[in-house]
Ligand binder design. Structure first.
Ligand code: ATP
Length: 240
């Protein structure tokens, strides 16, 4: 069996002394999507932030590519291939689409020709961004900005991509489009950790789901063993 790229084991984390996640475990494999589900405030974002190095690990361990990274600085995790797309489509609204992408690749310190090739790869994945490449990012629709935020993260050449609610605030047809791009990214071999409120959209693309409630895991299952979506939704809402 393939080794997980990300192996979170018994994670406890929070904000300063405030503990909001206790004993959370999940894994993400190359070419697979693990979805972290659960109602508002259940600790999904806090867990992602701990993997990104933005929240302290107070218990348990975070393994990445066979090494423990609990104490690695956030910028070193980016260099090691961990990219994090925060909730709310954080793009530089005044800058063009093309400049936003180039900024995403900036930390690599690669030559211009390599940046061009990386941009081309993003444009192949999101053709609508190529059409809008000279437009300010602020003029894009919500879905396009979400695609740009993902494109920006891909410019850092990640091996692990963490997406925090990419469906947030988008119409259902656009959510389906974004998820189809997430599926294409997993096909390319990326390991993807997806935080979602949109349970139906998440299970379309996920291989494994882990549900959190009040900072603890209430369900962990391969998607192909979930035969009752309504029950999964109930678990996600903390109703069972
Ligand atoms: P949502 O979908 O609403 O983002 P979530 O599952 O991602 O939910 P978190 O954002 O991880 O939940 O929040 C978990 C808990 O941590 C909540 O009780 C929240 O109030 C608390 N929290 C979030 N940010 C902070 C912060 N900066 N300082 C202190 N507590 C925080």
């Amino acid at each position: 069996m393939t080794a997980p790229l990300l192996d979170v084991d018994g994670l406890a984390t929070g904000y300063g002394d405030i503990r909001v996640v206790w004993d959370v475990s999940f894994q993400v494999f190359p070419g697979k999507v693990t979805a972290l589900l659960g109602r508002n405030g259940s600790g999904k974002t806090t867990s992602l932030r701990a993997v990104a190095g933005l929240n302290p690990v107070r218990g348990g361990r975070i393994g990445y590519d066979g090494q423990r990274i609990d104490r690695m600085a956030a910028h070193k995790r980016v260099k090691a291939g961990i990219s994090y797309v925060q909730e709310g489509k954080r793009v530089f609204r005044q800058q063009t689409v093309d400049d936003n992408l180039r900024l995403g690749g900036y930390s690599l310190g690669v030559r211009r020709s390599a940046l061009d090739a990386d941009c081309d790869r993003v444009y192949e994945l999101f053709p609508v961004l190529r059409e809008k490449r000279r437009h300010p990012a602020g003029s894009l629709s919500g879905g396009q900005q979400q695609m740009l935020a993902i494109g920006q993260a891909i410019m850092a050449r990640p091996r692990l991509l963490m997406l925090d609610e990419p469906s947030g605030g988008l119409a259902p047809s656009i959510v389906a489009e974004v998820m189809s791009r997430v599926a294409a990214l997993k096909e390319s071999g990326l390991a993807i950790l997806l935080v979602e409120q949109a349970v139906e959209a998440a299970v379309e693309v996920a291989d494994h789901v882990t549900v959190l409630d009040i900072g603890k895991v209430t369900l962990s299952s391969p998607v192909d063993r979930i035969d009752d979506l309504d029950r999964l939704k109930d678990v996600c809402m903390g109703r069972v």
